[in-house]
Design a protein. Structure first.
Length: 230
């Protein structure tokens, strides 16, 4: 099975302001990712190199901000400010995604996650593990990576799209390291691959979660550090 680093979510109260601030802080460029079908959420996407990216994501439909799931989750999560809230791996086929879900005792999403781009056809991807809507007594998704599979091969991965043409942007060259809570054993037992396969830096005294991302760029290493809230 081929497994890859994929993307990282930063939840924001104002995706426009947070994207502009991250560009100013790091020199990384971004583009408008569009909105997600039906849930009142949209994003801005920063390619990080080597087929990885960070998405600045949040509520853009006040009418959906009181409905459980989707936009409300972002409003609640960002009550105290922006935060890192998801980190994801990628596999190449749906069969591989189903195999991961089976190993972890879960399923894959019943329908693809669909993002409507402002300048092209929708982007669709399936995710796992999928535990379904929140139900009393049901297990919550742990603060560990999930997986995506981009089934439609006709269009480039989100990390390969051109960014807005700002002067002075640095060129992203991939992930240098990922700072996470928990132990190496917890992470690699979850991933099901040999320890050390990916550039995680472990902090066993912290709860599980993603706390910082080191990005290699033409202007040196850039660090994106935010609180973690799942």
């Amino acid at each position: 099975m081929a497994m890859h680093l994929d993307h990282y979510q930063m939840s924001a109260r104002n995706i426009y302001e947070t994207a502009q601030n991250l560009r100013a802080e790091t020199g990384l460029g971004f583009y408008d990712g569009g909105f997600f079908s039906g849930n009142g959420v949209a994003n801005k996407i920063f390619p990080l190199g080597e087929c990885t990216y960070i998405e600045i994501e949040g509520c853009v439909d006040a009418g959906k901000a009181t409905v459980t799931g989707g936009a409300k989750g972002f409003v609640d999560r960002t009550a105290d400010g922006e935060c890192l809230s998801l980190y994801s791996m990628r596999v190449d086929t749906l069969d591989e995604l189903k195999g991961i879900a089976t190993r972890l005792g879960a399923g894959i999403s019943n329908s693809p996650v669909t993002r409507i781009r402002p300048n092209g056809p929708p982007v669709q991807a399936y995710s796992a593990p999928y535990y379904g809507p929140p139900v009393a007594g049901a297990p919550a998704r742990p603060a560990l990576p999930n997986w995506y599979c981009h089934e439609d091969r006709l269009y480039m991965h989100p990390a390969g799209q051109p960014v807005f043409n700002w002067p002075g942007c640095v060129e992203p060259q991939g992930i240098a390291w990922l700072e996470v809570g928990g132990t190496e054993k917890q992470m690699y037992d979850w991933l099901g691959v040999p320890a050390g396969s990916f550039p995680y830096r472990f902090f066993p005294d912290r709860p599980l979660g993603l706390y910082a991302i080191g990005v290699k760029t033409s202007g040196g290493e850039k660090v994106i550090r935010k609180p973690w809230r799942k």
